[in-house]
Design a protein around this ligand. Structure first.
Ligand SMILES: NC(=O)c1ccc[n+]([C@@H]2O[C@H](COP(=O)([O-])OP(=O)(O)OC[C@H]3O[C@@H](n4cnc5c(N)ncnc54)[C@H](OP(=O)(O)O)[C@@H]3O)[C@@H](O)[C@H]2O)c1
Length: 228
């Protein structure tokens, strides 16, 4: 049997998520079967459950990303390099990833390097890919230009911390914006040298202007504080 986390109506996850049992799935052509070992709980997963607008006619499977062991490959299925039966893999996007067994499209499955734990591998795709998209979006903004500056909101978030790391690696000028002094202190400890501004005090806009030092500014982040 397979145990799977589902919901049938929207609301706070603690109140609406439940576990169902169903037959163990079998992969068809173009699919693979994964026995999961680690699944992440992203804030976005919980937002999707909370915002579900209606009573569902049948249970909606939760989760989008998972890591596990590849147990079977569907007939005539082409897998990506390094993916083998018995090997560790991770998958995204995978609706219904919060499940003991997952049948996934083979094209969404990649091999997990030996040096990564299951817990790290299970967070390897959604947030890093989102970070790449944010970086690309930021660099395409006309204000970024040749010597522009990136101002990132919600910089203490998981995605925000990844974007700061990527910006440092690629020499992109960045100011991180968080809400609290506590959040700012944590970020400064993690990324010494990156300017961090906390919005809990009046005048934070001027701090950003000072950090920008006349350079054109583009703004990006998972949560927009307010336009300036
Ligand atoms: N592909 C995608 O579209 C994609 C993928 C991944 C994530 N996301 C989205 O990106 C966001 C961040 O995800 P995450 O996993 O990185 O979240 P996270 O680690 O839980 O961090 C959430 C952040 O949002 C900040 N925040 C919350 N409410 C705010 C407000 N009203 N004003 C300013 N900042 C606020 C928090 O700041 P404090 O530290 O001050 O509390 C915290 O830093 C979520 O909305 C998620 O759904 C989208």
């Amino acid at each position: 049997m397979n145990r799977r986390v589902v919901y049938t109506r929207g609301g706070p996850a603690a109140g609406v998520l439940t576990v169902i049992e169903e037959p163990e799935p079998t992969p068809g052509p173009g699919q693979v079967l994964i026995r999961t070992a680690a699944i992440p709980v992203h804030p976005g997963d919980l937002q999707a459950v909370e915002a579900y607008p209606e009573e569902a006619a049948k249970p909606v499977p939760a989760g989008v990303e998972a890591t596990g062991v590849l147990e079977a490959i569907g007939p005539g299925t082409h897998v990506t390099p390094g993916v083998t039966v018995g090997g560790r893999v991770t998958v995204f996007p995978q609706p219904g990833a919060w499940s003991q067994w997952v049948v996934a499209d083979a094209g969404a499955v990649v091999a997990v390097p030996d040096e990564l734990s299951d817990e790290v591998a299970a967070r390897m795709l959604v947030n890093p890919r989102t970070t790449v998209m944010l970086r690309r979006e930021a660099q395409e903004h006309p204000a970024f230009g040749y010597d522009g500056l990136l101002v990132q909101t919600a910089a203490g978030s998981s995605v925000g911390r990844l974007l700061t790391g990527v910006s440092l690696m690629h020499n992109l000028a960045l100011v991180d914006v968080v809400r609290s002094d506590r959040g700012a202190a944590e970020l400064r400890k993690r990324f010494p040298g990156v300017p961090v501004v906390a919005t809990e005090h009046p005048g934070w806009e001027d701090e950003i202007r000072r950090a920008a030092d006349g350079r054109p500014v583009s703004v990006i982040g998972p949560v927009l504080v307010r336009p300036w």
